[in-house]
Design a protein around this ligand. Sequence first.
Ligand SMILES: [Zn+2]
Length: 344
Amino acid sequence: MDLSLFFVGTGGSVPSARRGLPSLLLSRGGERLLFDCGEGTQRQLLRSIGLADVGCVLITHFHADHWLGLPGMLKSFALRERTQPLTVYGPEGLHELMGAMRLVYGRRLPYELALTELEPWEEIERDGYKIATVPVNHGARAAHAYALLEQDRPGTFDPEEAQRLGVTPGPAFGALQRGETVAGVRPEQVMGPAREGRRIVISGDTAPTQTLAVAAHAADVLVHEATFAEEEAERARETLHSTARQAAELAREAEVRMLAITHVSARYAGSELREQARAVFANTEAPRDFDTIEVPYPERGPARLVRWSERRERAQAAAAEARGDGEQGGDGAGVPPVESIATP
Ligand SMILES: [Zn+2]
């Protein structure tokens, strides 16, 4: 099952010409989960992959740069006559905030809107994975990081061993893989050990915090805020944000497989933050708006950053191939929808 992170907005606090406000779209199979929804998120999506069919929105905390895009998005879903239900999750205070937003998005929506306040360390069970809230350190009000934790997968099936034990290929193989005993052969005789699911941790805004280092242990990808460079460590401390170096130290301690830094202050290009982080934790990326991190199952290779330009080229090449003309776009029709082909 494909799993990817699309960086809708990678700036922090205020938008800049290059970076929109925080929002991250996680795609897993056919599901779309939006983490934070800063002002301009709709437009960022429309400019890139289109306004996705988001199934739920998870707000990390209630500073305006993380939710101001939500009322407009709810309204747009209504104007598009969405009928699919939508759940918004957030820390304590969500009901109060959404109550105030009602003035904007209206009393009646054509879809069901569910609001769920989450406690620290709460877990939401979903199909094949769970989402856990991790309390972080970003001021007096509750602020969550979110961890997406996939269930373990069954081990690898060994067809040769099954045949050696007298099982005939065909439906019996499927039964064994589903955990059934066939002709006296038990699944554990022909299946390898369970394989770990993937783990993605998204910090939201926070000063470096031990809870996150523990929760992110061995995560496939840790998306951590890095608002400031090392020269502004004092300011990071005062405002309960992190420097790039601190994010990297946490990634190293947690032994994550990849660190992606985001929530970049408008004063930085991003590359200097990445270099400061890489000095501590080599496998650090600094995604720009519209970049994607693809997260395959570990046995299929490591997570990988795909720049927006590369993804667009892939989409154009695929569209040209579909037309059978082998051209690389150039027909003025713009970028085809890439969502269906960009995460094989
Ligand atoms: Zn913020």
